[in-house]
Design a protein around this ligand. Structure first.
Ligand code: BTN
Length: 272
């Protein structure tokens, strides 16, 4: 039987892409991103990728666990950006994931900093982890998890009401190799755009973002709660807020554990 890595290469070739780097597939891994970080340190080339059918220690943002039962897409890809707006990589990846899912009939939206939602439920997540040295940024390991088929009962109880799957949304199965090919193909497009025209990535991200602009949001950052009106994302991908006292605040994605619309309060109408 053809391996999943070969099926992925074939699916990429069918899209006109001869994948330029090794693709490793494992039935079970702790975390595809941890495996790829090892390879990055050993000098793996840009676009090296690792996939697993299942993760036993899948990680999400802010040290959270990422439930990874068989049937989902667990993919990590190595980037070695040599250009300035590396902070926009997670946003570019979000756009790629939404477009890839769109090819398969799923309408998804992006929630800052990098959640992929469908019908308000989490469908996919993106975890960007970077390593720098005195010469600058060495690498970014981009970890992408997409819930393709996972039935709620395979997930921890606390997540069941908040998670979506491609199968539940479309009634159809999307194979991990096909999903990975669609995501990687779109990622190459948006990574190129990041180099050539960073504002185009921001425009694409905004066009797919939940329309929270001008609305009151609540951010949790460690033990702190910050409330304000969401205005926009800036050129570095940080969230711009107007606080209750009228001052402006820029929030970096790494500072935030959770973002939601404020339960009560008056939204400012017509904000951007
Ligand atoms: C999040 O929304 O918190 C990000 C989730 C990222 C999950 C993916 S699955 C593939 C890769 N390996 C991991 O351990 N995490 C990422």
């Amino acid at each position: 039987m053809t391996s999943l890595a070969d099926r992925l290469r074939d699916a990429l070739r069918a899209r006109g892409l001869d994948w330029p780097a090794p693709i490793e597939h494992q039935v079970r891994l702790g975390s595809t991103s941890d495996r790829l970080k090892e390879k990055a340190r050993e000098g793996a080339p840009e676009w090296a990728a690792v996939l697993a059918d299942e993760q036993t220690g899948g990680r999400g943002r802010q040290g959270r666990a990422w439930a990874s039962p068989p049937g989902g897409l667990y993919l990590s890809v190595l980037l070695r950006p040599r250009f300035a707006p590396a902070s926009l990589i997670p946003l570019a990846a979000g756009v790629a994931v939404v477009e890839a899912l769109g090819e398969h009939g799923v309408t998804a939206e992006l929630k800052w900093p990098n959640d992929v939602l469908a019908g308000g439920r989490k469908l996919a997540g993106i975890l960007a982890e970077a390593s720098s040295s005195s010469s600058g940024l060495d690498w970014v390991v981009l970890g992408l998890g997409v819930n393709l088929v996972t039935p709620p009962e395979a997930l921890p109880e606390g997540l069941r009401a908040t998670v979506a799957s491609v199968l539940a949304l479309t009634g159809g199965r999307l194979e991990p190799a096909e999903a990975a090919a669609a995501v990687l193909a779109r990622l190459t497009v948006w990574y190129d755009a990041l180099r050539a025209d960073p504002p185009s990535v921001l425009r694409a991200w905004r066009a797919r973002a939940v329309p929270w602009w001008g609305r009151r949001v609540e951010l949790r950052s460690g033990g702190l709660v910050v409330r304000g009106v969401a205005e926009d994302v800036d050129a570095a991908g940080a969230l711009l807020l107007t606080l209750e006292d009228g001052s402006r605040r820029t929030v970096l994605s790494g500072e935030v554990t959770a973002v939601r619309l404020e339960a009560k309060g008056t939204d400012r109408v017509g904000g951007r």
